[in-house]
Design a binder for this molecule. Structure first.
Ligand SMILES: Nc1nc2c(ncn2[C@@H]2O[C@H](COP(=O)(O)OP(=O)(O)OP(=O)(O)O)[C@@H](O)[C@H]2O)c(=O)[nH]1
Ligand SMILES: [Mg+2]
Length: 441
């Protein structure tokens, strides 16, 4: 269960490195009021904004700025928190931080503020992760989804599942105490029905989380094919600007070129590659090796072919990647129609015909279904926990007449779900999660 750990006071520059109008040094812990006094010469009032000079122990003026003070537990970390808003230059910030450290704080570790917020019960683990995800969000859709997790929507869905499991366990354990009770057959069908409902709710949470994990980590889409089929032209079309060099000379692209784009808010990393063919040119061959490496990492491979020629590269698309056949240059064939049939999309990079169908096909191949506002920006860790809970519920479904085993599977499912919000969490797990934050968060 969350509880306060270290009683030392931490400090860090909370704004990004570099120069800006404002820079903030944040302090959290028991010595905060003392440090505020040391730098500003007064005891700050909680919740009040004050403007004044910041000085070091020798009395030198370091900067003038705004002081914000939050008293425990009504602060981000749940401890006393001080924010010194000064001028955002690296020298000023280092001087302020130095004075704060001299006054008794130590430098915060990555993610330590949010870790304290979790340990003091201000946030659960899924919410704490959402803080990092919101900051790292690569699209508006990802940011909105992280914000919903931060507001507790994901945790609430997990909490509802846990509550359902707790009820079912309580019922089951009551039956274990009275094995001969008449109520048993009744209870059995009730338990069965409850389990079916819980499994449905878990499937739903898992589906929404899978979608969200696409938003969080993005999708890698590789354009591959023989030289001159129009891979770079397609990349430029999808990116909406001339990023890759396009020429009529086969073998133009030598190196893999990455371009982040968004399709319906889903972050997509497009990778243009060197065309695949037999070549004696050393540079081109190195380029082709890269193409194969990129294909091995791809979520979706677009195998681009030229209309009328339809010659595919000899290299196979690796297993695990979804593949779409993209017939380009259909403007050259008067009878060809843009659009999609199955895993084949007909387009023209030149005219833009069929590009919307291609975008839709990419999203579908990546596993995206528009869930509107309700996807959870889940992490791999959450998906694994949900999948484990699902296995235990499945095992429980096969044990509806062996109550002890049934109860045990329910307990294990609940434990897996508890890891998501941090109700059950080992120290290593916390270390692993928070060490990926940057300092000052
Ligand atoms: N008519 C027509 N020409 C196209 C189309 N797409 C590309 N081209 C032309 O085809 C030639 C090759 O295009 P690129 O985009 O460089 O082809 P690539 O597949 O990237 O070629 P490499 O980098 O050499 O492997 C250029 O002259 C393009 O203008 C299209 O849809 N229609
Ligand atoms: Mg090219």
């Amino acid at each position: 269960m969350p509880s306060a750990e270290g009683t030392d006071t931490i400090a860090a520059v909370a704004t990004p490195a570099g120069r800006g109008g404002i820079g903030i040094v944040r302090v959290s812990g028991p010595k905060t009021a003392h440090i505020a006094h040391a730098l500003t010469g007064g005891t700050p009032e909680p919740g009040k904004v004050r403007y004044g000079p910041f000085r070091n122990a020798a009395g030198d003026l370091l900067d003038k700025g705004i002081v914000l003070y939050f008293r425990a537990p009504r602060s981000y970390t749940g401890e006393d928190v001080l924010e010194l808003h000064g001028h955002g230059g690296p020298v000023v910030m280092q001087a302020l931080l130095g004075a704060v450290l001299d006054a008794g704080a130590r430098l915060a570790e990555p993610g330590e503020y949010t870790r304290r917020a979790f340990l003091n019960g201000r946030l659960d683990l899924a919410q704490a992760e959402a803080v990092a995800d919101l900051i790292d969000a690569a699209s508006h859709a990802a940011a909105r989804s992280a914000l919903r997790s931060l507001a507790g929507e994901f945790s609430a869905a997990i909490g509802a599942l846990v509550a359902g499991l707790t009820e079912l366990r309580a019922l089951t354990e009551a039956t274990l105490d009275f094995p001969e009770e008449e109520l048993d057959p009744l209870h059995r069908s009730d338990a069965g029905a409850r389990l079916v409902r819980l499994r449905g709710a878990l499937e739903d949470a898992l589906a929404r989380s899978r979608q969200g994990s696409l938003l969080r980590s993005g999708v890698q889409v590789v354009l591959a094919g023989r030289p001159n089929v129009g891979k770079s032209s397609l990349l430029n079309r999808l990116a909406g600007e001339e990023r890759a060099i396009v020429t009529p000379v086969p073998g133009t692209t030598r190196d893999a070129l990455r371009e982040p784009v968004q399709i319906d808010g889903v972050p997509i990393l497009l990778v243009d590659t060197a065309g695949l063919r037999d070549s004696r040119d050393e540079v081109e061959r190195l380029g082709m090796q890269r193409t194969e490496r990129e294909m091995a990492r791809a979520d979706v491979v677009l195998v681009v072919l030229e209309a009328g020629i339809l010659q595919a590269p000899d290299q196979a698309v690796p297993e695990g990647a979804r593949q779409l056949r993209v017939i380009n240059k259909i403007d050259l064939l008067p009878e060809a129609r843009p659009g999609r049939s199955g895993d084949e999309v007909r387009v023209s990079a030149k005219t833009g015909a069929g590009l919307d169908a291609l975008r839709a096909a990419i999203l579908e191949a990546a596993g995206w279904q528009a869930h509107g506002e309700s996807v959870f920006l889940a992490r791999e860790r959450h998906l694994r926990a949900l999948a484990r809970a699902r296995e235990h519920l499945e095992a429980a479904a096969g044990r509806v007449s062996q109550w002890e085993l049934f109860a045990e599977e329910l307990r294990l499912a609940q434990e897996a779900l508890g890891e998501i919000t941090g109700q059950v969490s080992a120290d290593e797990l916390l270390g692993e999660i928070f060490s990926r934050f940057c300092i000052g968060k």
